[in-house]
Design a protein around this ligand. Structure first.
Ligand code: NAG
Ligand code: NAG
Ligand code: NAG
Ligand code: NAG
Ligand code: NAG
Ligand code: NAG
Ligand code: NAG
Length: 251
């Protein structure tokens, strides 16, 4: 594997595949999201996809290819929103997922691009504006049979039950989510299943160009803001549900 393609700075791994229909919350509180330099050449900045050599992400991946992928947060382009994506990797098994056309009724998000499964949180909820505000909390709620919802809270707009460290935070009091993926006829609930959780920063992941590698090799000072400052990552499960089965060190 090309080290530039996938460099895991941190790796948290656990199985979250216990009882079907279990409702789970995954909460990541950060004071700082990694930002990086942008490519520039004689024409100016490269814009759009992969315009930075860094690609920070908080995501879930299936334990084999058929189990799908859910990306709670990816920053692979300069827009300061979180890219939130459901991947249906095995369409022969589960069919294709589609979003309701009227998604803005259910989520304060935009996008719906790339096969109808990516949603963007509002501008200002990631990268520099997130860091300037002193950080925030991303929360993903996965109710296996019903939906995945996500909120991207930026300080000072963090719900009180999260701030207070409540053992029973209540998503129904948090207002409109910033992404909403309903399961049912539009998307088979088992499209995402048997997931493990990953927090990582990939360097020069698509395209892996020499220009990109050179920036990483030769300009370390350009990456002085490329770090996560994490307060905590929490997983909430139903009482007696064994959802956190192990934490493994960095890989
Ligand atoms: C390139 O992007 C950076 C970061 O957004 C910005 O500060 C800089 O002015 C841009 N440079 C050009 C030539 O557009
Ligand atoms: C500079 O980047 C732009 C945008 O990606 C690209 O179209 C152009 O070919 C690049 N120019 C050079 C000289 O590499
Ligand atoms: C899912 O959508 C893709 C792209 O439109 C298409 O190529 C594929 O055949 C579809 N798969 C199923 C099982 O419908
Ligand atoms: C939104 O779209 C869904 C699926 O197309 C439909 O069932 C529902 O009635 C729509 N809701 C509203 C308020 O338009
Ligand atoms: C959506 O988010 C933007 C930016 O945070 C905010 O200004 C707007 O009021 C929100 N809209 C709704 C319907 O919550
Ligand atoms: C977010 O910012 C990008 C880049 O400035 C812009 O193209 C896009 O329209 C904005 N999206 C929203 C929902 O305001
Ligand atoms: C990184 O470098 C920039 C430009 O020199 C500087 O403004 C910024 O404060 C530095 N950040 C850190 C965390 O050292």
């Amino acid at each position: 594997m090309d080290v530039f393609k996938l460099l895991f700075l941190e790796l948290f791994l656990f199985s979250a595949n216990a009882a079907p229909l279990a409702e789970r919350l995954f909460m990541l509180s950060m004071d700082h999201i990694p930002t990086g330099p942008y490519y520039s050449n004689v024409t100016g900045n490269v814009t759009g996809w992969h315009s930075s050599p860094i690609w920070p992400a908080w995501w879930m991946n299936g334990d084999d290819r058929s189990n799908g992928e859910f990306d709670m947060f990816e920053a692979y382009e300069p827009n300061n929103h979180a890219s939130i994506t459901l991947h249906d990797w095995d369409q022969s098994l589960y069919g294709n997922c589609t979003m309701p056309d009227n998604i803005t009724q259910y989520a304060n998000s935009s996008g719906n691009a790339f096969g109808g499964i990516t949603q963007f949180s509002p501008n200002g909820t990631s990268l520099e504006p997130f860091n300037k505000a002193g950080g925030g909390v991303y929360v993903m709620q996965w109710d296996h049979g019903k939906f995945i919802r996500e909120w991207t809270f930026v300080k000072p707009n963090i719900p009180a039950d999260i701030l207070n460290g409540s053992p029973n935070p209540n998503p129904d009091t948090w207002g409109m989510p910033n992404a909403y993926f309903p399961f049912g006829k539009n998307c088979h609930p088992d499209t995402v299943n048997h997931m493990y959780l990953i927090l990582n920063i990939a360097f020069c992941n698509g395209p892996v160009t020499e220009e990109c590698k050179d920036i990483v090799r030769m300009q370390p000072e350009a990456f002085n803001e490329t770090y996560f400052l994490i307060n905590y990552m929490k997983a909430f499960c139903r009482p007696n549900e064994k959802c956190l089965t192990g934490i493994y060190g960095s890989g």
